[in-house]
Design a protein around this ligand. Structure first.
Ligand code: XBP
Ligand code: MG
Length: 252
């Protein structure tokens, strides 16, 4: 087994609970702005999350739920326009009302940095969304802590395809077994495992009932010294929160 060298973090659902009260709300505001009778309830959005990527998600919604919608001839361009508006709204939201990071995220990142571990971001969300979340919720300079921010459409196929993880490995010149991916969803673990990267799951509010077969360990969150995690699958020994020693223990 190679020595652990890098942590690769997913964003949505992993660093913060971004989906229900931020991405979903931004989509709905855009639909209202464009006078569309589309409204994504909390429940419906859970089903739409089966498809990663906001543009792809809108197309999926029309295909599956709105066969009645009179599509414009240039539907792909229209979706791009809607998505630009949604991205602007989402970024304004993160600036005005920064989201709280999930338990253990800030601590684990700080420990990883002082232990000399390398860091990467691997996500399907739009790059500017990542920068906003990092700047407003973590630290103004936090984007610079990550060697690579692999995001959005930089690769042809989004998660669950392995492309975005393979891209990050290539950019960082790392082998999969030198890394741990930290994910919250089945699409995320399918992507990381298809790239052969050991994966730790912290379930999020939309993903707790998903199938995480192949995960190194499944936790409710990363935990804190005074706020132990709950282990949902796997062996964490006597560790009660995720730190570097715990990650190394789980790799063995
Ligand atoms: C999250 C996604 C994203 C966001 C929306 O994936 O699928 O599409 O829901 O962002 P991950 P965009 O957990 O891998 O970050 O609208 O910018 O696509
Ligand atoms: Mg996620």
């Amino acid at each position: 087994m190679s020595e652990l060298q890098a942590l690769l973090f997913d964003v949505d659902g992993t660093l913060a609970e971004t989906e229900r009260d931020a991405h979903r709300v931004a989509f709905n505001e855009t639909f209202t702005e464009f006078k569309l009778d589309w409204n994504w309830s909390v429940e419906l959005y859970g089903e739409l999350l089966a498809v990663t990527g906001g543009k792809e998600r809108m197309q999926f919604y029309l295909d599956k739920y709105r066969p009645d919608y009179q599509q414009p001839k240039d539907l792909a361009d229209f979706i791009i326009e809607l998505h630009k508006d949604k991205t602007k709204r989402y970024n304004n939201m993160l600036c005005k009302n920064p989201l709280t990071l999930r338990p253990g995220v800030r601590r684990l990142l700080a420990e990883a940095r002082s232990a000399g571990l390398r860091l990467g971001i691997v996500t399907t969300t739009t790059p500017e969304n990542v920068i906003s979340l990092l700047e407003h919720s973590l630290a103004p300079e936090a984007a610079s802590w990550f060697e690579v921010i692999a995001a959005g459409g930089v690769v042809p196929a989004k998660k669950p395809a392995p492309d975005i993880y393979n891209y990050a490995l290539q950019q960082m010149d790392l082998q999969p077994e030198q890394c741990i991916a930290i994910e919250d969803s089945q699409n995320g673990i399918r992507s990381a495992k298809a790239a052969n990267i050991p994966t730790l799951i912290t379930v999020s509010n939309y993903t707790r009932n998903e199938d995480f077969t192949g995960a190194m360990v499944v936790l409710d969150n990363l935990g804190e010294p005074d706020q132990p995690f709950t282990v949902l699958a796997g062996d964490t020994g006597s560790f009660t929160y995720a730190d570097i020693d715990m990650l190394k223990f789980c790799l063995k």
